[in-house]
Design a protein around this ligand. Sequence first.
Ligand SMILES: Cc1cc2nc3c(=O)[nH]c(=O)nc-3n(C[C@H](O)[C@H](O)[C@H](O)COP(=O)(O)OP(=O)(O)OC[C@H]3O[C@@H](n4cnc5c(N)ncnc54)[C@H](O)[C@@H]3O)c2cc1C
Ligand code: FES
Length: 258
Amino acid sequence: MKKYLIDFKIDDNIQLSSNYSLIKLSPCSGLLPEVEGGQFAQIEIPNSKETFLRRPISICFFDKKNNQLWLLVRKAGKGTESLINSISNTIVNMMLPLGNGFSYPTKPNAKVLLIGGGVGVAPLLYWGALLKAHGYDPLFLLAAKSENDLLLKDYFEEIGNVYVSTDDGSAGEKGLVIYNTILKDKTFDKYYCCGPMPMMKGIAKIAHTNSIDCEVSLENVMACGVGACLCCVEDTVDDGNVCVCKEGPVFNINRLKW
Ligand SMILES: Cc1cc2nc3c(=O)[nH]c(=O)nc-3n(C[C@H](O)[C@H](O)[C@H](O)COP(=O)(O)OP(=O)(O)OC[C@H]3O[C@@H](n4cnc5c(N)ncnc54)[C@H](O)[C@@H]3O)c2cc1C
Ligand code: FES
């Protein structure tokens, strides 16, 4: 898939809390290239001399009608903090679309569950919308430490039913997401998951036990984002170490040595 270097303008930076922003951007000129659900962008951090490497951020939503792209950003360090603090009309250069995307279920009426933890919900919004547009009826399980970290629930509810887990019980079921009641339903055909590594491994274990097909989106630390520096490798069953930025970030769990 062809990659582009494009200048975007921030149309809107919606501060969800002091740690999270939903940033809506449109290209300074021309139309957005096609994007698959689950792909990411390498973002040049505006107004920051300290963060010279681009930062990988998932494409949260691709609003074709308004020629707009959405990013959901969590403040992790200097780069993401600078993004969160960027005001409207700031110019942001992005390389995109990068990596692979999620794949559609093989069965036409497949029962699918999209499971997101914290900012890991980001790539699932657009993917959920695509699944719905292709005739599936996606369900969502959103997890967070507490209600304040529960992200974009209203947007997900526009696509399908949403189940919630919070560690402290401030919203939805109390406890780790892997104990959520919906995961006791063994009739799902496919899970799609993105979140912290222990959570994804827990979901993979449940999927293995119940013979549910499962794709996860990995967030290994990246530098180049295009398969040149080898700093993002993951060991696979079939092909040894592969670059997550190029062969991923989405992997079927059967490929991973988990
Ligand atoms: C494919 C992919 C998709 C991602 N999608 C999102 C997203 O949609 N929203 C979001 O908020 N975050 C996302 N991340 C994580 C995000 O890239 C990091 O939080 C960010 O790069 C940290 O940069 P920083 O300058 O703010 O922090 P730093 O000061 O550089 O580091 C702070 C913390 O972030 C970790 N980190 C640093 N660089 C990276 C890196 N290149 N990749 C992963 N972790 C890193 C460090 O280990 C450290 O724990 C994604 C990561 C990947 C690989
Ligand atoms: S980030 Fe450089 S090879 Fe993946």
